[in-house]
Design a protein around this ligand. Structure first.
Ligand SMILES: O=P(O)(O)OP(=O)(O)OP(=O)(O)OC[C@H]1O[C@@H](n2cnc3c(O)ncnc32)[C@H](O)[C@@H]1O
Ligand SMILES: [Mg+2]
Length: 209
């Protein structure tokens, strides 16, 4: 039997502000008292796994141990069919660390440009299909764990469009839509995204009576 969350404190084990916003919104209806890894001053663990599941578990375990509270982590990424599934688990790494106005950050435009450059090398007829994956892992300080996986399929579209969302949202057009994720309101993205897909599974198991 998978252990279930009570409605007490839950650490959101991410250092990505965009994800934190989405996870908080997705959890809002369930009365969970969320606290972020950043607020608790938890270190960012090195993501040494080679799969989304390994990295999500590694981040959740590190936060649960450090905080003595259950922790929810998200490992996600964009996989491009014509690139053999890259960048995949390495999606964040493709955006090298940069300094913006004195703050450390990542250069998402450079990373999206890298994908576009590789697609262009394959010619104008290249297959632009791609998908976002999201693995959510919950770890409890006592060692219990639960994992939920989600996915959304779409097209890698160029040039980038829109200002909402985060990361690769300006280049991802979900199947059945013409707008990029960055042009779709958060409530709508929360109904169709890879994170929403994984959340549906989490909610079904964790918050059913
Ligand atoms: O590990 P944490 O601290 O959670 O934050 P991170 O940004 O490093 O996150 P990941 O290691 O899971 O890397 C996944 C990257 O994939 C991208 N990504 C994931 N979900 C996305 C979404 O909904 N929209 C756009 N980009 C997304 C985004 O650029 C992330 O940085
Ligand atoms: Mg990361």
């Amino acid at each position: 039997m998978t252990r279930k969350l009570d409605r007490g404190r839950l650490v959101i084990a991410t250092h990505n502000a965009g994800k934190l916003r989405e996870i908080s919104a997705l959890l809002a209806p369930y009365g969970v008292d969320c606290v972020s890894a950043e607020e608790l001053g938890l270190p960012e663990p090195e993501e040494t796994g080679t799969t989304f599941v390994e990295n999500a578990l590694l981040k959740a375990r590190a936060a649960a141990q450090a905080a003595g509270l259950p922790a929810l982590a998200d490992d996600s990424g964009l996989s491009v069919t014509a690139l053999g599934g890259r960048p995949g688990v390495y999606t964040a790494d493709w955006a090298e660390r940069q300094w913006f106005e004195g703050e450390p950050g990542r250069d998402w435009y450079m990373a999206m440009g890298k994908v576009e450059g590789l697609l262009c090398q394959q010619g104008p007829e290249v297959d632009r299909s791609c998908w976002f994956s999201c693995t959510l892992a919950i770890a409890w300080p006592e060692g219990d764990e639960a994992v939920y996986e989600g996915r959304v399929d779409g097209t890698f579209s160029w040039p980038p469009r829109g200002t909402m969302g985060f990361g690769y949202d300006p280049v991802f057009v979900p199947n059945g839509r013409s707008e990029a994720f960055a042009q779709i309101a958060p409530e709508e993205k929360h109904a169709i995204s890879h994170r929403a897909d994984a959340f549906r599974k989490l909610v079904a198991e964790q918050f059913s009576d």
